[in-house]
Ligand binder design. Sequence first.
Ligand code: CP3
Length: 328
Amino acid sequence: MPVWFMRQAGRALPEYRQARGEGRFLDAIADPALCAEITLQPVRRYGVDAAVLFSDIVVPLAAIGFGVEIVPGTGPVVESPFRRAADLSRLRGLEAEADIPYVIETVRLLVRELEVPLIGFAGAPYTLASYLIEGGPSRDYALTKSLMHADPDLWMALMDRLADISLAFLAAQVGAGASAVQLFDSWAGGLSAADYERFVMPASRKVLSGLAGAGVPRIHFGVGNGELLGLMGEAGADVVGVDWRVPLAEARRRIGPGRAVQGNLDPALCLAPWDVVAGATRRVLADAGGQPGHVFNLGHGVLPATDPDILTRVVDLVHAEGRAGGAP
Ligand code: CP3
């Protein structure tokens, strides 16, 4: 069974902390040799079956000059948030060759070097919009949801612009050699299914269907998305990411036939002693039921306090006992 981990590159690894140093995150992202090295670190360390491009969902927004900074310990912070129709003019299209040549170069370096597939990724329009509107991380997404409902025309125009940016970001990665893509709608789980379907799904569908002919599997992921699993599949995913709240057998029922599932070990459990982690890993394998079309992963990203040796043991256990790779 294939296994990789969301946020497998990052602060859980001492070699990451050493390579990154103290510099600005967005400066590190603009250094292809450094990004390639950081992308390779977890492949060497854990023996995972895929590499994940080292970048961030806000990279294309920073690249078009929206004014986004990544603040350590906080996440993306937007200096002047999106509030009114005039702000649409600050969201021009992404010209990948000119705006993010360093991402393209990183992908090219990696595909030359790697013996496992490289997964590219982008933020989905809703999750990107939440940062642009809230100005940073949020608990309730109150400004985002109120703009969505108070001015649906402006909301849909914003989603459409962000869909074009996400699609251009993914297409550039695929064009440079990435062999799969993941669309992160990390915060969509805060929406009702009705709001998701009306206000978010059309834009995510635009991104995923824009890649339908690209010949790469499309993974669609969100946290707390148990009520949205069916819709997130229908938006055009080949693989639906499932967090730890819904067992995989139930997730498969909600998603329906013809799509694979990815997940769903709770990343917080990886801080427990090994016998706990081993039991939880086996439970995920059992829930997946030995059917084809399961990619083992965590239910969200690796937490910085995780002991890397635990993740190496998870990979070994999945490889030894997992029996359900391949197409659904
Ligand atoms: O192996 C990998 O997956 C790493 C590549 C990666 C990063 N960000 C690097 C990063 C990926 C796939 C992301 C995606 C991302 N960024 C998402 C979607 C994934 C998810 O977790 O739901 C989101 C919501 C963001 C926004 C963001 N950027 C956050 C919340 C943070 C963490 C802030 C913090 O300091 O706790 C970032 C910064 C960031 N992106 C870091 C890393 C390794 C940490 C900063 C650093 O190392 O200096």
